[in-house]
Design a protein. Structure first.
Length: 294
């Protein structure tokens, strides 16, 4: 990637008028702009706000495959990044673009960082966000585990189950929210008890819209259906919120066939010997025809 010629000429001219600008694109599509300049900047259709207290530490970049790292520091405010949104995971994995900009002529700018937000910490009304470069993905483990349970995620490219088909998801409105980790729904006709266990719940409307939480348990009660979540909703969903419930999979070979009719795409090894095989003693009878070892 070539360096912007206008910005290069400006930097070589002696006195400079440069600042940094960041654009954060959350996974729900919300785009936010920040700058360490004392006035707002506008380019690429984004307003980069100057009153958020956001700053960044020195950027570490290499020419090899080492991970580029940086940090973003700032104050939590209603106008910028709010603590409740960070707590709700709105910024987890968000894309980050950073530019060096001539604030006197914003068209003279250079992209100096592209990556995602990693770990975020909060303390004393401020936040610290780890910025991870594009090469961070190379640190992720890859490969396949040889084990009985399926290694695919329900609905992904390896699994190939279409969760959009009737019977695998339902949109419903809550009847009651107990403690943000237990939600009660009206009866779900046509969905057996436990159908959504190990599935996902996604909030479709209200203050918590866009949040997605894995389902721990699904049971039928006298009043209807009770869904227990592995982690509480980080934001109260409000009255009348709607939810999307997706069927769950326990990764067993039997479930893959009976529930999803998807045995051909099963990504596990149901016949692989278990740990108990290691404790089996040699047969004394000398019979090796595959029958009983007694």
């Amino acid at each position: 990637m070539s360096f912007d010629p206008d910005l290069s000429a400006h930097l070589q001219g002696g006195a400079t008028t440069t600042c940094h600008a960041w654009a954060i694109t959350r996974r729900d599509g919300v785009v936010m702009g920040f700058t360490d300049h004392d006035r707002d900047l506008v380019f690429d259709g984004i307003i980069f706000r100057a009153d958020t207290g956001l700053s960044a530490s020195a950027l570490q970049q290499g020419t090899g495959l080492s991970v580029d790292n940086s940090e973003a520091l700032g104050a939590l405010s209603d106008a910028g990044l709010r603590e409740d949104e960070i707590e709700a995971g709105r910024y987890d994995g968000a894309e980050v673009l950073a530019w060096l900009v001539n604030w006197a002529a914003p068209e003279a700018r250079q992209l100096v960082f592209r990556g995602t937000i990693g770990e975020m910490t909060r303390a004393a009304g401020a936040f610290r966000a780890e910025l991870r470069g594009l090469s961070e993905a190379l640190n992720q483990p890859h490969g396949r585990l040889y084990r009985k349970p399926c290694g695919a995620v329900l609905g992904d490219a390896a699994c190939r189950v279409d969760l959009g088909l009737p019977g695998y998801r339902v949109e419903v409105e809550t009847a009651a929210v107990d403690d943000l980790s237990t939600l009660r729904f009206p009866p779900l006709v046509g969905y057996a008890e436990g159908w959504f266990t190990h599935g996902r719940l996604q909030v479709q409307s209200g203050p918590a819209a866009g949040l997605m939480v894995p389902i721990k348990g699904d049971r039928t009660t006298e009043a209807g259906r009770e869904i227990a979540l592995w982690t509480p909703l980080a934001t109260p969903p409000g009255v009348g919120a709607r939810y999307l419930l997706e069927a769950g999979c326990d990764k067993r070979f039997e479930t893959c066939g009976a529930k999803f009719d998807n045995i051909l795409n099963y990504q596990g090894f149901p016949d692989i010997p278990g740990d108990d095989w290691l404790t089996v003693v040699p047969a004394r009878s000398g019979e090796t025809a595959g029958g009983s070892r007694r």
